[in-house]
Design a protein around this ligand. Sequence first.
Ligand code: ADP
Ligand code: MG
Length: 323
Amino acid sequence: MKEFGLISRYFQQVAYERTDTLVGIGDDGAVTRVPAGQVLVTTTDTMVAGRHFLAATPADALAHKAIAVNLSDLAAMGAQPAWLNLSLSIPSFDEHWLQQFSTAFHELTKFYQVQLIGGDTVQGPLAITITAQGFVPEDAFLTRKTAKSGDWILVTGELGSAGGGLMKLQQGSGFDTSCHLIARHLYPEPQVLAGTCARRLASSAIDISDGLLQDLQHILNASSVGAHLDLDKLPIRPELIEWFGDEKKARLFSLTSGDDYQLLMTVSEEQRTQLESHLKSYDIPFVVIGKCTGALGKIDSVLNGKKFALNDLPSFGYQHFAD
Ligand code: ADP
Ligand code: MG
C-alpha cells in the first residue's frame, strides 16, 4: 500500500470533528479558527523506539502516550487542547499495528475533543511525532517564569508510579495493565483539567516529564527562586512502596523518575485557597509539597521531619539493582 492509501484508510476518517476546523486532512495545510480574545499554544514531542519507549510496547499504548505527552504540555500552559498533527515514521506497512495504533489514537481524540488535522507519513525507523495546539484567553496562559519567593508548590496526582512501571517492564514483567505501576507508565493521564483550573490562579506551572526535581529546577531557574520541599508529602502509591520494599527508597525514587505527566504548580498565599477549592470541585487530587524560597536555583528538603541533602541522590535509581 502506498502512502495515500494508508493515510485514507487509517487517518483520514477522524473520530472527532470540530466546528472551528475549516480545512482538515486532505489538503496542503489545515485551516483553523482561534476564538477572539484567545491565543494559540503549540507544542511538539517526538517518541523514538528504543529511546522513548521499549520496542515491544503495544501500538495502542504508543498512540495513547504520544497524545498524552503533548496534551500534558498544553495543560502546563493552561491551554484547552484543540488540534493535533501526527507525523509517523514506520519501518513497514504492518496492517495489524496500524489498525491498533489508529483505533486507539482516534478514541483518545474523541475523549479529549481534539481533531487530527494533518500530518506526514514516511517509511523509516519507528518514531511518532505529534504537534498539539490549543488555546487559552490571552491574559491567562501559564509559564515557568513567574513563580515568586513565598509561593506554595503543588503537585497533582501521584509521583514515581510510571517510573516504577518502567522498572518492572525492564525486569521482564509483561505489559500487564492490571498492575497499577505498569498502567501508569503505559497510559499517562494528561492533567488538562488541572491546567485550565489553574488559569489566573497559579503563579507558574510545568508538567513533570523528566522527574520532579529536574522539572522543578526549570521553574526555579526561569523564575529566579529556590524551593523547600517536604519529602514526606510526596504523593506516592502503596504499590510503589511495596515494589521497593522500603518507603524511603520509594520517596527518593519519585523525585527523579520520569514519565509521570503530573502538573507542578506554584501559587501565592492569596490565591492558594481558591486554587485548592477549584481543583477539589473537579475531584483533581493534589498535595502541597513545599514552598518557593529566595535561595536562587537551590532546593533544600526535609525527610522524616529532618533536613535531607538532595545531593546524595543522583544514582539512586541504579542502586536498587546493585542491592
Ligand atoms: P503533502 O505532500 O502536501 O505534504 P501528504 O501527501 O504528505 O501531503 O499528505 C496528504 C494529507 O494527509 C495532508 O493533509 C496531510 O496533512 C495528511 N496526512 C499525512 N500523513 C498523515 C498522518 N499520519 N495523520 C494524519 N494526517 C496525515
Ligand atoms: Mg508529505
